[in-house]
Each structure stands twice: as structure tokens, then as C-alpha cells.
Design a protein around this ligand. Sequence first.
Ligand code: AHR
Length: 486
Amino acid sequence: MDLGVRKSTIDRHIYGHFAEHLGRCIYGGIWVGEDSPIPNTNGLRNDVVAALRAMKIPNLRWPGGCFADTYHWLDGVGPREKRPSMVNTHWGGVTENNHFGTHEFLELCERIGAEPYICGNLGSGTVQEMKDWVDYITFAGRSPMADLRKANGREEPWSLTYFGVGNENWGCGGSMTAEFYTDQYRRYATYVRNANRDIYKIAGGANVADYHWTEVLMRDATRLMDGMSIHYYTRVAKDWNQKGSATEFDEAEWFSVLENALYMDELVTKHGAIMDRYDPEKRVGMVVDEWGTWFSVEPGTNPRFLYQQNSIRDALVAGIHLNIFNNHSDRVRMANLAQTVNVLQSVILTEGERMVLTPTYHVFDMFKVHQGATLLPVLMDGGEYCLQDKSIPRISASASVDAAGAVHLSLCNLSHDAPAEVDALIRGCTAARVTGTVLTAETIQAHNTFDDPDHVRPVVFEGARLDGERLTATLPPRSVTVLELV
Ligand code: AHR
């Protein structure tokens, strides 16, 4: 590592999150309603709001996911008792009462300090409906939509930073071809505009390694977009039917999940190479707006609610992804973990009035020092982690320097049972000391429960030494460590 070589800014929006009307993410996880015995302010859970704020959540994507392309926003504004219900056909056929809508979401964003990232309905909604939603939220003067917003109790417009024009339109968002979606994107995106014309428009991108999708979208719509999304979920195996358990697994499944998490690097590199051909200045951001682990649901829970536990293995998956995004921050401008509460790789789990922070939460909290900092390229040979006939890098790493000159190095030791030695030369380092925080656990399956919420939690790391430009450290097995050099 060389402090004289500084790269891109790590956009804080790489640390973004995603909350969908799915299972208990919104209802029960974020929104409990004003009459709930669970402590809340205007219906939003106080404990969840405080935890998200403390994590420095930079943006929140809503209302989906697949739900977004069935959502008609007008059903979710106005007096709650008058809002029509709908059936959430994608996620379990449950009745959606629309009590959490545009006003509730934007209040949540204000309270947690996050920028809103709204995903519009291109699959089953009209251009007019999408345009009206933007007017409703952003227009300060008099217009039918601004007047409706005021009548619904909000005089001032909100600032709307990010807008997604559809979601997974190759699948649940309309089963479109790349060519058809690209034409639709051009049409819808034309009308996504506020008075300042500064909404960051995100095109719905490829499924995993569908490079043809990226090619067509970039070839025919680059000038109309600011960002282009990609989605990739980490599972035990490529086969969707073999998702594996979140907490009951052996070393082989530990290894395959981490190997599959590392695949994100290849995806970002290959989609990025296509983007480079059409956008060599890197104006368009890659937006990885759905990523994370996708395991089998917890036994006894609704299979369409996607509720899964979260172990130290998820912490490693999070650390690996965030290091990849930091290291590709010249192109990756935003990313959104799926999903915030009670769904897939959550940072928070709730059960009634109880709340638990997952190991993944702690990784985001530890890594927040990278938000807005300048990337320092790390050349790392940490050796290989081998299991049977397979091997992956033993260590995942990224580093940055912040505005105050503090250097942060985030290191994951992927090995399930062996410590890893770090012996690094940091050219130009004048720091006087190194301190750190580590997240690890006694077993690979360790996780937090409502009865033992602090089982996996970060502690002070005392295994690092700094001697001039030489940094040495012994990383415990299955650990995520963040070092600070000041
Ligand atoms: O995050 C769960 C689902 O995964 C989202 O709704 C969809 O976009 C993706 O397939």
C-alpha cells in the first residue's frame, strides 16, 4: 500500500440498503402503526430507526424489488383508513393495506438520515403514473399533484435523489427482452424529472451475468441514465433449489458461500468492461442495488417471506462485498444490501417488540469509516485458503484515507479454522499508532438470537503492530477486522 497513490472516492452510497413490502420487512420490522404497544414515533419503530441512524445508512431503496412493479403509489397516500388494499401477489398473496406509503417512507428517510431511492413501476404502471409520483414528491409550486400532496399534509416538497426506472424487468418486472426494456426505459426515463432536472436515474440492469442486457442498455440508453443496476445473490450453490440453511452448515458450505460471494468481483469487472466501452469517462455509475445471501427460510416460517438468520458467515460475505465495491469505486457508485429488516441478509431482526442486530449490521457499522474516503489500492498476497481441491484467496481487503488523514484497512480472514498473518509495507506512512476492531466467533455457525443478542459482536482488536512503514497483524480465523492508523 502506498499513501502517495490515491484512487477514486468511495461513494458513501455503496453502503446503501433496500426495504421491500415483503414478509416482515416493512410491516412489523419498520412500521408498526401509531397504535402499536411497540415504542414508535408516528408508526415507525423507535429501536429500528435509532439503529439505522447509528449505522450511518446513506440511502434506502423502496418499495421493491418485485413489489415495485406491482405498486400503484396513489393507493398509498391520503388518510390511512381510506387507502385501498391490494394483494401482494409476488410475496405470499397477503393483503397489503397500503398504510406504509410515500409519506411514511420519506419520513423514515428523514429520521434515519438517508437519501430516498424510489423504484418506479415500469412493469405494470403507466408513464403518467411514474411522472405524477415524481411531481407529487418534488414540485414546490401549484400543480394537481403538488396540491394533492399539500392536501395530504405535506406543504414542502421532499428532495428525491435517486429514482429507479423499473426492477428486474427481465423477470418479475415484465419478462421483457433487453431490447424491449431499453426502449421502455428511454420512454419512461424521459418523464422522470423534477424542476432542477437533477434526479439520478437508474436503469434496471442485468440478472447476474447477462452481459447482453448490459450491452444493449448501454449501447442504446447511456445518455438517458445516471446509473445502471445489477443484481446478484450469494447462495450455497448455483442451483436455486439448493439454497442451504443460514445456520446449519459444514465447512464445505462455508467455503462455497464465500467462493460464491467472491464472484461479485468478476461480475463487476465484466459488466464494468462493457460500460467502459460506451462510457469511458465513467459518468454512469454501476448500482448493485440487490446483493446479499439468499438461504432457505427459517423452519416454520412462510416460504415467501424470506426470513433467514444471519451468522458470522454472513458477516464475511458482507465484508467481501464491501471490499469489492470499495476497490471498484471508480465505477460502483451505489449498492444496496437485500434487505434491511427480517428479509434475506438483514442487518436487523425483530420479533414483536424485540430487536437484534445481526453480524452483518456490525460489519456495516465497522466499515462506515470508508464512506466518502479516498481509496488506497492494496496489493495483497495473503495466500490461498484451500478446501479439498478448491482454493480461494485467504484474505479480502480494502483501504482508504479519510479527510482527516486517518487510514482505514478492512481485512477479512476467510479461513474457517486458521489464523492469517498480515505483513504489510505502507509506503509514506507516518501514523503513530494502529488500533482496531474485530468481529469473530467461536464457530462458523455463530449468530445472534433474541435471547442472546450480543453473542457475535465487535470487540477491540489488539493483534496489530505498527513499526514505521511496516504493519503486522494476526487475524483470527473467520473474522472481519477494521484497523485505523493515525
Ligand atoms: O430481494 C428479494 C427479491 O429478489 C426482489 O424483490 C427482486 O428484485 C429479486 O429477485
